[in-house]
Design a binder for this molecule. Structure first.
Ligand SMILES: NC(=O)c1ccc[n+]([C@@H]2O[C@H](COP(=O)([O-])OP(=O)(O)OC[C@H]3O[C@@H](n4cnc5c(N)ncnc54)[C@H](OP(=O)(O)O)[C@@H]3O)[C@@H](O)[C@H]2O)c1
Length: 262
């Protein structure tokens, strides 16, 4: 089990300008514990909207180099020294058909935004979180993956791979950080109402099947309050329990035999 989100004092959320990230940021800010919430994204009008809703808002494009990310993280830690929880929700989804010519630039960008940028940010926040956790404040790293991390969707092959990579990374990081006071919570949504599919023009078709954002947000906040290690619902939960949960004991056992080798 992980600490409850109720113990968080300051929560930074990337992808907070729309969809799941925005809904979680607003719901967390409204918890009885009233944590400070810092929402991150690119769209200025949306960031203004967050400020009007009483949330701190910071502009940042995560699709950038390591030096810029380092500067961003240093600025955040200086400005919000109480940050103890990072929810990494910024993500994109693109369709690719390998029977036709695929744009490898788009593949690289999708993998960077959904995986490398998340890993980079986690690594750069780590010294701050380790120091914070050493004071006794529970800390949480919560990347947002997807049910498609467990069952690939063939029309979004690179997206599925990027989320599978992030899921695997979460499994390892959780065990590596076991004795630090930092918990790794994987937030794994099913198909949820958002703007994610607008770019590919599939929103109308998918809206017949998606979970309404309000329902999803309520379920997710409950999971975060319980302190679930993996917060998932609907189809994502079914796939996680069938295919992924059985691996956890093996990952943990294997770590006990090998983790001290380096
Ligand atoms: N909706 C679903 O069905 C579903 C299912 C499973 C997993 N997920 C995951 O849930 C997360 C949230 O997605 P969503 O469905 O809420 O989609 P969304 O409404 O499109 O939100 C995506 C967020 O990511 C931010 N973002 C994208 N590229 C960025 C960049 N380069 N730099 C900074 N921020 C960037 C966007 O902000 P700006 O455009 O303002 O930068 C926006 O706030 C994603 O990781 C997604 O993969 C969604």
């Amino acid at each position: 089990m992980s600490p409850s989100i109720d113990s968080a004092k300051c929560v930074l959320v990337t992808g907070a300008t729309s969809g799941i990230g925005r809904a979680l940021a607003l719901a967390i800010a409204a918890l009885p514990s009233r944590p400070r919430v810092v929402g991150v994204g690119r769209r200025k009008d949306r960031l203004e909207g967050l400020k009007e809703a009483g949330i701190e808002a910071e502009e940042f494009d995560i699709d950038t180099d390591r030096t810029s990310t380092q500067l961003f993280v240093e600025t955040m830690v200086q400005k919000y020294p109480d940050i103890d929880t990072i929810i990494l929700g910024a993500g994109i989804q693109r369709e690719f058909n390998f029977k036709k010519e695929v744009d490898l630039e788009k593949i690289a960008t999708e993998m960077h935004v959904n995986y490398m940028a998340v890993v980079t940010m986690i690594s750069l926040f780590m010294p701050h979180l380790l120091a914070k956790a050493a004071t006794g404040q529970p800390c949480i790293i919560a990347p947002i993956t997807s049910g498609l991390a467990y069952v690939s969707a063939v029309w979004v092959p690179n997206y599925s791979a990027s989320k599978a990579a992030l899921h695997s990374f979460c499994n390892s990081l959780r065990v590596q950080l076991e004795d630090t006071g930092i918990s790794v919570i994987e937030i794994s949504p099913p198909l949820v109402e958002s703007e994610l599919h607008d770019v590919e023009g599939t929103t109308e078709a998918l809206s017949k099947f998606w979970v309404p954002l309000g329902v999803y947000t309520k379920d997710t906040i409950e999971g975060l309050q319980r302190g679930d290690n993996v917060v998932c619902s609907g189809m994502a939960k079914m796939a996680y329990e069938k295919f992924e949960q059985p691996k956890e004991q093996i990952i943990s056992d294997m770590a006990k035999r090998t983790i001290n080798r380096k």
